[in-house]
Design a protein around this ligand. Structure first.
Ligand SMILES: [Fe+2]
Length: 255
């Protein structure tokens, strides 16, 4: 099983699509969908309307089903569909890395994701629970926010160089990095966050760690930062006014 795609409703499909297919580095496919260089048919689906998240889709299921979460989420499971890969390019996202959802009740969301979606917990911090659907440390995480919404969508780049080049490219295009560069605790991945023209928070990431069956689930006690730190490197700047707004811009659509 792997994370395939996120479907969003955005106020201006054309503007969002041209951003994702332009400076962000995805490629257009039919039907307002955008793909990465890997073999998945699409990563981001767009439809016109007030900002909303429509569905998160996982590929590689034995059957096709849709599951409603307890806070209005829609999880889709589809059989694996492979398309021809595109040429590897360190300036283009390969696939989605993970999706983080804000939640009013992270503990209940975690129980739902393990019991109903079949995911496994990798780590719990004071703020978040990280879950995996394969050997990658997390494909989804739930953040303790007090309300449900889309926190962010992360795109996997080939390496740290791809993330750093992306930060420069986005800055030149008028989208400054709102958090990063830095290296996270759980997952050990390098990151840079941006607010796209659609108003949502998006991340370039690389080097996310693997977690096998013997992975010891970390607890909030294991994931404490020293005073003044919010990432491993200790150099990242976070524009919390902008990230906070972007993390609550997309709520679950009931239809
Ligand atoms: Fe992330």
């Amino acid at each position: 099983m792997k994370l395939q795609s996120v479907d969003l409703r955005v106020p201006d499909v054309e503007a969002a699509a041209s951003f994702f297919a332009g400076v962000w580095g995805l490629a257009h496919v039919a039907g307002n969908r955008l793909r990465g260089t890997d073999s998945l048919p699409y990563l981001i689906g767009l439809e016109q309307g007030p900002p909303a998240i429509r569905a998160i889709t996982f590929s590689g299921s034995n059957d096709e089903r849709e599951i409603k979460g307890l806070e209005g989420e829609t999880y889709r499971f589809v059989r694996e569909q492979s398309v021809a890969t595109l040429a590897a390019d360190r300036d283009r996202p390969i696939r989605l890395s993970h999706v983080v959802l804000n939640s009013a009740d992270v503990d209940t969301a975690e129980r739902f994701a393990t019991a109903q979606l079949g995911f496994r917990v990798s780590d719990r911090t004071r703020h978040m629970t990280f879950l995996r659907c394969n050997r990658t440390h997390h494909c989804i995480a739930y953040a303790r926010a007090g309300f449900p919404s889309l926190n962010h969508v992360a795109f996997e780049m080939a390496d740290v160089d791809g993330v750093m080049r992306g930060i420069g490219r986005l800055r030149d295009a008028g989208y400054p990095c709102v958090w990063g560069p830095g290296r996270h605790g759980p997952g050990n991945n390098v990151f840079g966050y941006f607010v796209g023209p659609h108003g949502g928070l998006i991340e370039y990431t690389s080097e996310v760690s693997e977690a096998g069956d013997d992975y010891k689930v970390g607890s909030p006690e294991d994931w404490k930062w020293p005073a003044g730190r919010i990432d491993q490197w200790g150099v990242s700047q976070k524009d919390t006014a902008r990230t906070n707004a972007a993390e609550r811009a997309f709520t679950w659509s009931s239809r």
